[in-house]
Design a protein around this ligand. Structure first.
Ligand code: DWN
Length: 407
């Protein structure tokens, strides 16, 4: 049992699921001149709430430490994500018949990668994101952005100044919020009575069933099942009106939430499936920790074996999940030479906890290591196609999740 109270329902008797130990912050890339300085490390463990079904971190790192200074994540470096976001925006614009009289707000709007699609259609938008770099990048492409955290107070201020929203979009942000009830109350406060929120979150079932343990890091306070989401939204008088599974980020849910009390058959179907597989109970998680430990051993054995044969290994994707993976498995300069990434904001820095330099993706074709560990496995199709030249020259990729395999 743990001492915290459930971030959604307040239950205090929570069951331990997995303890990854004391870890550095996944997106706190280390500047070259700070390599010898100690990095902040915090406990990284997840527990399960038997009352509402929410899986969540036991420890809370202050949001200001996670998301403000030099937050390195820019959504626009992934063509697949840009296409996914465009499809999401256009389906909302058409489905909700949005026009110049409409108002669309995006929470965690990053560099404007999604709202730009509404701006192109003359639809009034407002981005809200606390990370200074991405917020500034959004403004540069004509997406007005409030650089602040979204809270109930912020929602009331936005509603007073800009009016309430027809649509609120919140992709990959709900999991990043320590105070879940305040955040969903803020959504309710900003929505028009007939408005909807379109929210994407990684799906707990994909995480557990595909052993995606590396998507557990300090930015992700919560890990959602449909069961837990229904309970959470109810705390703010909101209803989960519809849901569908989408492939992005290793498997996610796209939710439609609103004040109107209606529910699609798909919501009921997924709720029934979760009950059938026992996802609403602690037993569902019992084998997960064992599978993670087995995956760690298999990956270490593969990398050590290749190094023993004199092979050179690099990695692709200075991803937050990559930081969890290399630090939990123990993958450092003795096994990997460097990490490459297309996001130039990350170049010249080092991966958290392991002193691995981050270099431009082009370095792979120039340096031609024998193997590349794909830390951004959620974009495997895109990256393997992009790196065909390296593969045609004999280079091989090691995919670590859901099981270790070489392609
Ligand atoms: O929740 C979050 C998810 C959605 O995105 C955020 N907290 C932070 C971030 O997590 P992540 O860093 O694990 O996400 P990605 O998008 O899987 O990271 C991919 C990394 O790979 C990025 O640094 C960009 C890079 N990349 C690349 O170098 N070449 C990505 C693609 C597609 C590429 O072709």
């Amino acid at each position: 049992m743990t001492a915290i109270a459930c971030r959604s329902c307040g239950e205090t008797k929570l069951s331990e699921v997995l303890d990854l130990g004391v870890m550095p912050l996944a997106d706190r890339l280390v500047p070259a001149d700070e390599r010898d300085a100690p990095e902040p490390r915090y406990p990284l463990a997840v527990v399960f709430c038997p009352t509402c079904g929410l899986m969540q971190l036991t420890h809370t790192v202050p949001a200001e430490e996670l998301f403000c200074q030099d937050y390195p994540y820019y959504s626009s470096f992934s063509p697949q994500l840009l296409e996914h976001a465009r499809e999401h925006a256009l389906s909302l614009a058409d489905g909700r018949k949005l026009d110049s009289s409409s108002f669309v707000v995006e929470l965690a709007s990053n560099d404007g990668y999604l709202l730009r699609n509404f701006v192109e259609r003359g639809i009034r938008v407002l981005g809200i994101d606390p990370a200074q770099g991405p917020a500034a990048a959004a403004e540069q492409i004509g997406v007005p952005t409030l650089c602040r955290f979204f809270t109930l107070g912020a929602a009331r201020t936005v509603a007073e100044i800009h009016g309430r929203a027809d649509v609120i979009i919140a992709n990959n942000v709900l999991a990043h919020v320590a105070d879940q009830r305040d955040f969903v109350a803020a959504i309710a406060a900003l929505l028009k009575p007939d408005g909807i929120a379109s929210i994407e979150v990684p799906y707990l079932r994909d995480l557990i069933e595909k052993c995606e343990f590396d998507t557990i890091y300090h930015e992700h306070f919560c890990y959602f099942s449909v069961t837990a989401l229904v309970h959470l939204f109810a705390t703010a008088g909101l209803h989960l009106q519809d849901v569908r599974r989408v492939r992005i980020h290793g498997g996610s849910l796209r939710l439609q939430v609103g004040p109107e009390a209606k529910r699609s058959a798909e919501v009921d179907r997924l709720l029934a499936e979760e009950k059938e597989i026992g996802e609403d109970g602690a037993a569902y998680f019992r084998t997960f920790a064992d599978r993670v430990l087995r995956l760690r051993e298999a990956l270490l054995e593969t990398l050590k074996g290749l190094r023993a044969e004199g092979r050179r290994i690099a990695a692709y994707g200075a991803a937050a999940k990559g930081a969890t993976l290399i630090n939990f498995v123990g993958i450092g300069p003795d096994l990997l030479d460097y990490v490459v990434d297309r996001n130039h904001h990350k170049h010249g820095k080092y991966m958290p906890g392991q002193q691995l330099p981050i270099m431009p993706a082009e370095h792979l074709a120039e340096d031609r290591p024998d193997y590349v560990l794909l830390l951004a496995w959620n974009f495997a199709d895109e990256i393997l196609a992009q790196q065909q030249r390296y593969r045609d020259a004999g280079g091989r990729f090691i995919l670590p999740v859901p099981e270790v395999r070489i392609v």
